[in-house]
Structures are given as C-alpha cells and as structure tokens.
Design a protein around this ligand. Structure first.
Ligand code: SAM
Length: 200
C-alpha cells in the first residue's frame, strides 16, 4: 500500500512510515479484511466509512504534524486515521457522534496499544473546547464551512485540514490560524452532522 501511495504522489516519509505501521485490516469489518489495503473507502456501520488510504495519507501530509503536537480529529469513524496520527504526534483527541463507533474505536485502539489517543462520544461540529487549544485540527467528514467556534480552538501556529463543500462534493482545504487558505482538489466524504453540520 505504501508503494501505491508513493506512486500517487505522497512524499512525506514520516506519514508513509506511520501508515506502514498501522494494521488497516483491524479497522474494517471481517468481510472486508481481504480488501483492506485497496485504495477505496469501506463501510464501517452506522452508514459511515473508513476513508480510502490515499485520502488519509494526503490529509495527514497536509496536516504537517510535529511530534510534540496535540491534534483534534472530528469524526473518529473506525479509528484508523486516529491511529495514523497517534504514530506521529504526542496526543490525539478524536470525537465521534455515533456511540457504537466511538466505543468500538476506543476498544480497538486500546487493544492495539495506542495510549496517546482519547476517543470521545460527542458532537464535535463546534470542536471540543475542554482540551483546546490544538496544534492541528482534522475534520474527516464533509463540512459546509469551518465554524468560527472551531477556529478559535486552534493554537497561534495551528492549522486545520477539512473537506469543505456541499453534500455531493467537497474541496480539501488547509486553513491556518490567520485564516489563510490553500485548496488541494476535490474529495467526497460522508457528511458532518450536528449543530454546525449538514441538516438531515
Ligand atoms: N476518520 C475516520 C476513520 O479513520 O475511519 C473516517 C471518518 S468518516 C469518513 C466520518 C465520521 O464523522 C463518521 O464516523 C461520522 O459519524 C462522524 N461525524 C459526523 N458528524 C460528526 C460530528 N458532528 N461530531 C463527531 N463526529 C461526526
């Protein structure tokens, strides 16, 4: 899978090494273990998905983490992205609005030995103020915008990576704490729900 990611243009060695260390087959359903390393999203229950490896790698690369960072992930899902981040940073706070997914991800990450990830069951569309500020914030669900409440939870040198757009198509956006944005092409994610997410 790492060679494929390199062919697709992922260059950050730390990110590639982190992905190589995380057993992706543990984060998919039993019927999908054989296809866990293919470059596609897979269903994980509750109508949600584990993102395709390329998108996980690209978002992690754009996040530009440092080992001492604390990262907020909005949308734990399977816990796979949280595990990749946990290989790279000091602490990951990952929030999931479906209790069943949050519980399963927490148990799995503990079983795999990740002691620097906290999985919390909550609506994080407005972030998670109790542990702010964060050095990095990663939103792993399609969002109509970055809510100002979330942006205030970023440290002064921080950056947010998020798929911003409508329900059908989003753009991968990197925004720093001063509000400067870079755009990195189209993506498709399941929707962010909750207070500042999509209705429905
Ligand atoms: N990062 C995940 C992984 O590695 O498996 C994939 C995330 S999946 C594409 C998006 C997740 O965001 C879903 O599990 C969904 O339930 C969650 N989500 C949607 N709205 C949310 C909200 N307001 N707060 C927290 N989680 C939310």
């Amino acid at each position: 899978m790492v060679r494929q990611l390199e062919r697709f243009g992922i260059r950050d060695r730390r990110v590639l090494d982190a992905i190589a260390r995380v057993p992706r087959e543990e984060f998919v359903g039993p019927a999908d273990r054989d296809v866990a390393y293919g470059d596609h999203a897979l269903q994980i229950g509750e109508g949600q998905t584990i993102s395709q490896p390329y998108v996980v790698a690209r978002m992690t690369e754009l996040l530009a983490t440092e080992p001492e960072h604390r990262v907020l992930e909005v949308g734990t899902g399977s816990g796979y992205q949280a595990a990749v981040l946990a290989e790279l940073v000091r602490e990951v706070i990952s929030i999931e609005r479906h209790a069943s997914l949050a519980d399963a991800a927490r148990d799995l990450l503990r079983r795999l030995g990740y002691t620097n990830v906290r999985v919390i069951h909550a609506d994080a569309s407005l972030g998670y103020p109790p542990d702010a500020p964060y050095d990095r914030i990663l939103i792993t669900a399609a969002t109509p915008r970055i809510d100002p409440a979330l942006a205030t939870q970023l440290s002064v040198e921080g950056r947010i990576v998020a798929p911003i757009g409508d329900l059908d198509l989003q753009e991968l956006v990197v925004r720093d704490a001063r509000g400067r944005e870079e755009h990195h092409g189209p993506v498709r994610f399941v929707p962010l729900r909750g207070q500042a997410g999509f209705r429905g």
